[in-house]
Design a protein around this ligand. Structure first.
Ligand SMILES: NC(=O)c1ccc[n+]([C@@H]2O[C@H](COP(=O)([O-])OP(=O)(O)OC[C@H]3O[C@@H](n4cnc5c(N)ncnc54)[C@H](O)[C@@H]3O)[C@@H](O)[C@H]2O)c1
Length: 359
């Protein structure tokens, strides 16, 4: 075995212990909890002694990510599409499914949404629904329970910012194409944020929005069709295939390792200072895509060559967060260097290949 996830989970728990953060005895609903990021959140919450309810319709997630949690007394999985109403603490409601025995939710974390660029083409309606109707349903649940509401928005709400908006702060309004191939994602996340602000204003709810910049790590979806750069490059490198770089590779991205991101999410959920805030979470060290390709070739000791393909429409040229707010309000910044995060992700990929061979 090359990678042990328990070490990463323990690292997050250790950071929380040092900061006095605990979710023990809280009842927390996580939509999208069988996905890449959601399953990490569930893992940490279960380990912390929270009661964690995961809603997922398994469209882009997998029960493989949460199988090890199924027997835990403080974990529960509900296979449900959050675009459809669901009610907690009620035995009957004419408009949707009811989960009667959960009387009080403390926190609702709405993370359910397909998020890979390849899905924008095949599943645009489901993406729009998850971030609009799904956000509305999740807000309704939080409202009924007077729970804290947390939403995973995205750096894509900024669209393609000009150079003078890099690094991009939360006060930048965005440069987004409302009718382009990415609009189902970008615009529905923007609409999701607007829903949240409306509920906050009208119902005085405690809400928190995080704008996530490119995050990778073990459990990320992979395969050539998924279109996320780190898993694509690792896959290609481990198979000695050409690494396909779009454009000339000079476009930049900033990459966060998953445990840093999860620490940021949960700090945001925990801290009262974050109520009503929108905060960027990511890494402010920019790499060109060409640099990334070369680092991955080296770390995997691969014989892959680099080949170039045309840049997709509306592909952002630069992505880099301004993290001042995260540093000030959450006292958070990413700790894992890119190469270290990549090493752990590559190790997880190698394990996966071994398991798949033996399946
Ligand atoms: N990973 C990143 O770099 C990144 C960047 C920006 C934003 N985000 C956001 O973070 C969240 C999680 O992303 P991820 O990378 O873990 O993606 P993922 O695809 O691995 O996880 C999303 C999960 O949501 C579930 N889901 C989708 N639609 C649903 C619905 N209608 N009802 C119930 N479940 C549904 C999927 O089955 C999956 O388990 C998403 O909201 C995404 O937009 C992620």
């Amino acid at each position: 075995m090359y990678y042990d996830i328990n070490q990463d989970i323990s690292e997050i728990s250790k950071r929380f212990e040092e900061d006095g953060i605990t979710f023990k005895d809280k009842t927390i609903l996580v939509t999208g909890g069988a996905g890449f990021l959601g399953s990490w959140v569930c893992d940490v919450l279960v380990k912390q002694g929270a009661y964690c309810i995961c809603i997922d319709n398994l469209t882009s997630g997998s029960t493989k990510n949460i199988l090890h949690l199924m027997d835990e007394p403080n974990f529960r999985f509900l296979n449900h599409d959050i675009s459809q109403p669901i009610f907690f603490g009620l035995s009957h409601h004419p408009d949707g499914i009811c989960v009667g025995d959960i009387k009080k939710l403390d926190i609702v974390m709405h993370m359910a949404s397909r998020a890979s660029p390849f899905e924008f083409k095949d599943h645009p309606i489901s993406i729009l629904k998850s971030n609009t109707l799904g956000t509305m349903n999740a807000l309704g649940i939080a409202k009924a329970h007077n729970a804290i509401f947390f939403y995973t928005s995205t750096s894509e709400v900024y669209g393609n910012p000009p150079d003078d908006a890099i690094p991009t702060s939360e006060s930048y309004y965005g440069h987004v194409n409302p009718v382009g191939p990415r609009s189902c994602y970008d615009e529905s996340k923007r609409a999701g944020e607007a829903f949240i602000k409306a509920y906050e204003l009208q119902h005085k709810m405690r809400t928190k929005i995080v704008r996530i910049f490119n995050t990778s790590g073990p459990r990320i979806r992979h395969g050539p069709e998924y279109g996320r750069v780190i898993p694509n490059f690792i896959n290609q490198a481990l198979n000695d295939q050409d690494i396909t770089v779009f454009g000339n590779g000079s476009q930049t991205r900033s990459f966060t390792y998953v445990i840093d991101e999860i620490e940021g999410f949960l700090k945001m959920v925990y801290k009262d200072e974050a109520i009503g805030e929108v905060i960027n979470l990511g890494n402010d060290k920019e790499y060109t895509i060409l640099e990334l390709a070369k680092i991955i070739i080296k770390l995997t000791d691969s014989n892959s060559k680099i080949s170039f393909k045309p840049l997709p429409i509306d592909d952002p040229r630069r992505r880099c967060p301004d993290l001042s707010k995260a540093k000030r309000i959450l006292e958070w910044e990413p700790k894992t260097p890119l190469k270290e995060g990549l090493k752990r992700t590559i190790a997880w990929f190698k394990d996966k290949y071994d398991w798949e061979k033996n399946e």
